[in-house]
Design a protein around this ligand. Structure first.
Ligand SMILES: Nc1ncnc2c1ncn2[C@@H]1O[C@H](COP(=O)(O)OP(=O)(O)OP(=O)(O)O)[C@@H](O)[C@H]1O
Ligand SMILES: [Mg+2]
Length: 306
């Protein structure tokens, strides 16, 4: 008795799939069910075999696997491109910025600068370079996160200090947008974090508060709660609908149209990756038309209590 029949007689039934050849020589995939037939006393009387041609199903599966492989290769190629492109873009951009600064120090440019027109143009060029640099840095972060290579340099960080730094950098932007700042901080909120990454999270939240709530106050609150730091950034802007609140933390996800608000849909995704890596959490409470509150909690001990 072959293996198929002995399994069927032992378990009552055996199923298998194999390639078969028809009389005309063509090949097909067969799904074969072999059932043991027994009489009322349980004696084996023979076997029933049902063979089904499953070539189409098999082909569809093979096609699916092929497409999946192609998709994986395409995603890998995209990630590699993103990584190379962002590295390559960073070099000339840094050089343009440095050269522009050097030029500004030259006397002839200083003369141009005194005229209002030249000065406004320079401010605009700086603004555009900063925007490009922000995009390139975001793309670099995306490729690092995708490749699981987001590095963290853990050290003792005073979150209040980071907050003051960031607020200093945003002072002009807050003024330009007509946002008054209401700040409340505990002192000595010190933890084991990565200074630049924490700075990035605060900057992303603040730039969103300004972008989506111009002309309205922005409230920032830093507290030490037991063994955690809690940072709250509240605006009184456009708000976010309940169904968008989870989605906006995903990559490239936005709840506004690009015609009305510029952006890449990366700030919150990157922020969440950073906060997750530091063992913390980020959440949002919001009502459309009333504003949004983002809450970040970070354990003082850093990732996994280490
Ligand atoms: N404070 C806020 N008020 C209202 N909507 C917000 C706020 N913060 C974020 N959002 C919504 O969440 C989306 C994702 O935010 P995220 O910061 O990730 O991207 P972005 O601001 O569009 O672009 P960028 O990558 O430049 O930050 C935004 O497009 C917006 O729809
Ligand atoms: Mg943003």
């Amino acid at each position: 008795m072959d293996a198929e029949l002995s399994t069927a007689s032992l378990h009552g039934r055996h199923e298998s799939e194999c390639e078969r050849v028809r009389k005309d020589g063509s090949r097909y995939w067969a799904h074969v069910i072999t059932t043991a037939l027994r009489d009322s006393d349980g004696r084996l009387r023979g076997f029933a075999k049902v063979t089904r041609d499953v070539t189409d199903k098999r082909r569809a599966e093979e096609e699916r696997e092929r497409l999946l492989l192609e998709l994986k290769e395409a995603v890998a190629a995209r990630d590699e491109f993103l990584s190379i492109a962002s590295h390559e873009l960073k070099t000339p951009l840094t050089s343009v910025k440095l050269n522009l600064r050097a030029l500004e120090h030259r006397t002839e440019v200083a003369a141009v600068k005194t005229e209002g027109e030249g000065s406004r143009k320079l401010v605009r060029i700086h603004g555009q370079i900063d925007r490009l640099a922000k995009l390139v840095n975001s793309l670099l972060d995306v490729s690092r996160i995708t490749a699981n290579r987001l590095d963290f340099h853990l050290e003792e960080v005073d979150l209040g200090e980071v907050l003051q730094d960031v607020l200093g950098q945003f002072k002009e932007e807050l003024d330009r947008a007509g946002c008054s700042l209401h700040l409340r901080t505990d002192t000595g909120v010190i933890g084991r974090w990565d200074r630049l990454r924490v700075d990035q999270v605060v900057s992303n939240l603040l730039s969103n508060a300004i972008k989506y709530g111009p002309g309205r106050p922005v409230e920032v609150d830093l507290q030490r709660l037991g063994r955690s730091a809690r940072l709250v950034v509240r605006d009184h802007g456009i708000g976010i609908s309940a169904q968008d609140q989870e989605r906006i933390f995903q990559r490239f996800e936005r709840a506004v149209s690009i015609q009305h608000y510029g952006g890449f849909g990366l700030g919150l995704w990157i922020s969440r990756q950073i906060v997750d890596n530091l063992g913390g959490s980020i959440a949002v409470h919001s009502e459309p038309g009333l504003g949004s509150t983002f809450i970040v909690e970070l354990p003082l001990s850093g990732p996994s209590g280490g």
